[in-house]
Design a protein around this ligand. Structure first.
Ligand code: CA
Length: 413
């Protein structure tokens, strides 16, 4: 058999193979859906609702975060909060634009936001910050049917268990007639409506501020904003407490003091010589409030003391950058300006090298939890501690010099 004929046969075989995989996966999806039924039924979903919810629904193989045969995990799209350096995520132009638009939206919805402050106890500006970050004040379209997304993620996603629970919660929302199959729109990750709630969060936090008997987080701005506020309040929001302060550190305090484990009161921080940027003292009435050091770009950008309210925003979406974005956007809408400290062009190592940095730190006894290639608060801190112990310049940021030092020191051990 000639090479060309072999190649043609091979191509045909591959093609048939792909077709088989596709047929299996479509059949597999129907099986998966049926496997969800007993749990849905137990949660109070009727068969009529269940069948209507899944009528004509196919898996959406174009969604990010799926684990597919033949696709390497590195090709899986990560959350923007972790794969972009801080100055890209906290984009100056985008923040300025969102702040301008936020002021206009705030003026437009002011009576509702005043009512949210009175009824729920969350400041208008942080609510606007959430709304701006999540859907650019409702201007982002939600392109997906939530049940399709939740089912696909529960079937093939990286976080199957979580999405299976959310899928059942979503079906229950249809059963309870909070929303219809036609209007249940979500993001690629199944987040619903203007405040981007997961279905399980809807049940707990959705709020009928306009008193029409419906908790409509898709079309009612008052309901959506109040629901976002309700979620912050349920997670411990303290009225009158800023999310954080941009700070200046004295020479004896370095960035390796980052993290909730080294939290202390604002009064204690003041005693160590930490001040708000420009030397301004912390408000006297907040001296007893706990706060921890947090520097999303190590020493290469603004550094913050983050309060309990920072943790509350972070609970909305577990990322330092997300929480800084929301808090800072709120400050800007309230009339504040840009960060005082510029981001000084921080590069980001490839994920594999960040993982190697984490791995080598761990091998040397530094308290790295998971090796995930993400530059979270603890990774920054452990890098800072290693740099301090090695007599290097302490910048709490993974870079080539730190990795080189780690490689050399392991080799000579
Ligand atoms: Ca309503």
């Amino acid at each position: 058999m000639g090479t060309r004929a072999t190649a043609a046969l091979l191509a045909l075989a591959l093609c048939l193979g792909a077709a088989t995989v596709h047929a299996q996966s479509t059949g597999g999806f129907a099986q998966f859906v049926e496997s969800v039924w007993p749990d849905a039924q137990a949660a109070g979903v009727s068969r009529v609702t269940f069948d209507r919810a899944f009528k004509g629904v196919t898996p959406d193989m174009a969604l990010p975060d799926l684990v597919l045969p033949g696709k390497q995990p590195s090709q899986v799209k990560g959350q923007a909060e972790f794969v972009r350096p801080p100055q890209d995520y906290l984009n100056k132009a985008q923040l300025a634009q969102l702040a301008t638009n936020g002021k206009a939206f705030l003026a437009k919805h002011l009576p509702w936001l005043e009512r949210i402050e009175q009824e729920i106890g969350v400041e208008r500006h942080v609510v606007m910050g959430i709304w701006g970050r999540e859907t650019a004040y409702g201007t982002h379209k939600l392109p997906h049917y939530a049940i399709r997304v939740l089912a696909t993620q529960a079937w093939l996603g990286r976080r199957k268990e979580m999405f299976r629970k959310e899928l059942i919660a979503g079906l229950k929302m249809l059963e309870d007639k909070h929303i219809t199959v036609e209007t249940m729109r979500s993001s690629w990750a199944g987040a619903l409506g203007l405040p981007q709630f997961m279905p399980s969060e809807y049940d707990i936090h959705a709020y009928d501020l306009d008193r029409d008997g419906k908790k409509d987080i898709w079309n009612s701005v008052p309901d959506a904003l109040a629901s976002a506020a309700k979620q912050l309040k349920s997670k411990g929001w303290i009225l009158g407490l800023p999310w954080g302060f941009e700070v200046t550190l004295p020479a004896k305090v370095d960035c390796a003091l980052e993290g909730p484990g080294d939290a202390r009161s604002l009064g204690e921080w003041a005693k160590l010589g930490v001040t708000q940027i420009g030397g301004k003292p912390f408000p006297e009435k907040l001296r007893d409030q706990p706060a921890y050091l947090m520097s999303p770009g190590g020493t290469h950008g603004p550094m913050f003391l983050a309060t309990e309210n920072f943790k509350v925003i972070r609970a909305y979406n577990t990322s330092d950058l997300y929480a800084v974005f929301v808090g800072h956007l709120g400050d800007r809408i309230a009339g504040g300006g840009d960060f005082a400290t510029p981001w000084r062009g921080i590069g980001q190592l490839p994920t594999a090298e960040i993982e190697e940095t984490q791995q080598r730190l761990k091998e040397r006894g530094f308290a790295i939890g998971i090796i995930d290639g993400k530059i979270g608060s603890n990774t920054r801190k452990q890098i800072g501690l290693f740099q301090r112990a090695s007599g290097m310049a302490v910048d709490c940021w993974p870079g080539a010099p730190t990795l080189a030092r780690l490689r050399a020191s392991v080799a000579t051990r």
